[in-house]
Write a protein that binds this ligand. Structure first.
Ligand code: ATR
Length: 287
């Protein structure tokens, strides 16, 4: 029940109407018995700084940040956590003395989702598809988690080259190898973890995959699509048809939320509680 002691968390972005984050956090508050509510706050262009100041003044405990504010929000923060600072993108704000501190739980959440599925980054040879905001953050995660090699494939080569330069510079190691997407047949022989970070195949374009050629999927032992709608993407189908294991991005969504919730409330969410929230997310998606 909402009373005089209820704490508020929320999401700022534009638009925010389709977010599933309230399901994650309000379910967690229920199972943990925390007096906390989580609500979406649409923030108009040009109002971000006012929104952050207002949220702090209103004693808001924590915020998630989504498109288009993940980079712009940084100048309104008093501190930014290591990996988030390297990436230059923040999706979680934690109330501290004097202001909000920024974190990137999209990446810690992806890493935790991978661990929960038994997928390793350390020492792996990885094919990363895409060079937009999402793929760029994954490239940093791969650098931080000591991937052996990351072939970064993108339709527009110079975007892949820019990310490779940045990430290789940040970790002082030539870990990212930029390539043109169409050059995928030139990938060295081997078996790869493939991470699908483009928007290709996203609902309602369920019948599209970034690469259709079955020969490519022969080189993939595991495919992780950051997309979770549809629940089984065409990319995932092609991975499994070639004998690999395939995962969607719903657990990444789950664990980015759980990581944020843990930071706000200084608790540890158990795997059993995580499974309960995952079930709530699937139910909300009609699955
Ligand atoms: P996000 O922030 O979600 O990563 P984005 O920054 O718009 O979104 O990036 C979208 C990614 O999907 C890019 O890598 C984009 O390739 P380009 O950099 O060449 O634009 C990729 N993408 C989108 N539509 C594509 C298509 N039809 N074919 C190949 N790549 C596509």
């Amino acid at each position: 029940m909402i009373d005089g002691k209820t704490r508020t968390c929320g999401l700022i972005g534009n638009p925010v109407e389709h977010t599933m984050s309230p399901i994650i956090h309000n379910t967690l508050a229920g199972t943990c018995g925390h007096n906390l509510v989580y609500v979406p706050f649409p923030v108009e262009n040009g109002s971000l700084e006012d929104a952050i100041k207002g949220a702090y003044a209103l004693n808001i405990l924590g915020l998630n940040v989504t498109v288009p504010y993940k980079s712009e929000v940084i100048r309104s923060l008093i501190e930014v956590d290591g990996l988030a600072a390297k990436i230059g993108a923040v999706n979680t704000l934690v109330r501290t003395e004097g202001g909000f501190k920024g974190y990137n739980t999209d990446m810690s959440g992806l890493h935790r989702a991978m661990i929960s599925e038994g997928i390793r980054i350390e020492g792996e040879e990885i094919v990363l598809l895409g060079a937009g905001g999402a793929a760029r953050a994954v490239a940093y995660l791969c650098g931080e988690q000591k991937a052996k090699k990351v072939y970064l494939l993108n339709r527009t080569l110079d975007k892949a080259e820019r990310i490779a330069k940045e990430v290789n510079g940040a970790f002082a190691k030539d870990v990212i190898v930029p390539m043109l997407l169409a050059d995928y047949p030139k990938l060295p022989c081997g078996k790869y973890l493939a991470i699908q970070g483009t928007s290709v195949g996203l609902f309602p374009h369920d019948e599209e995959a970034i690469i259709e050629d079955a020969a490519f999927y022969q080189k993939i032992h595991t495919g992780f699509d950051l997309i979770y709608k549809p629940f089984t993407t065409k990319f995932m189908k092609l991975v499994t048809q070639a004998g690999g294991k395939a995962y969607n991005g719903l657990k990444m969504l789950l664990y980015q939320g759980i990581d944020a919730y843990e930071l706000w409330n200084q608790v540890e969410i158990s795997e059993e509680e995580a499974a309960h929230v995952y079930h709530a997310l699937k139910t909300a998606m009609g699955l």
